[in-house]
Design a protein around this ligand. Structure first.
Ligand SMILES: [Zn+2]
Length: 89
């Protein structure tokens, strides 16, 4: 709701009044009770739209170091093995 500024030409009483756009403007001065109230134009409160910040999100791909699979070391069996080559099965 905009705030309207009123001023009485009879007693110079000035005040602000919060009124809706459809509400009839006041004419009767609350101070001197005379119909010499005038609504001043140009004091409507404007709505300020503050620019909403657009935040960029960094989608940084994490370069995960490739874990090189360790070569599976199987116990080699040689002829010198007491199991006679049957341990590497
Ligand atoms: Zn007045």
């Amino acid at each position: 709701m905009p705030t309207y500024e009123y001023e009485c030409s009879g007693c110079n009483h000035a005040f602000e009044m919060l009124q809706s756009m459809t509400e009839a403007k006041l004419t009767k001065c609350p101070a001197c009770k005379k119909n010499k109230l005038h609504r001043l134009i140009g004091t409507g409160s404007g709505v300020i739209f503050k620019g909403s910040g657009f935040y960029e999100t960094d989608y940084k791909k994490k370069d995960a170091p490739k874990a090189e699979p360790k070569p599976e070391v199987k116990p080699s069996c040689s002829t010198s093995c007491p199991h006679a080559g049957k341990c590497a099965a």
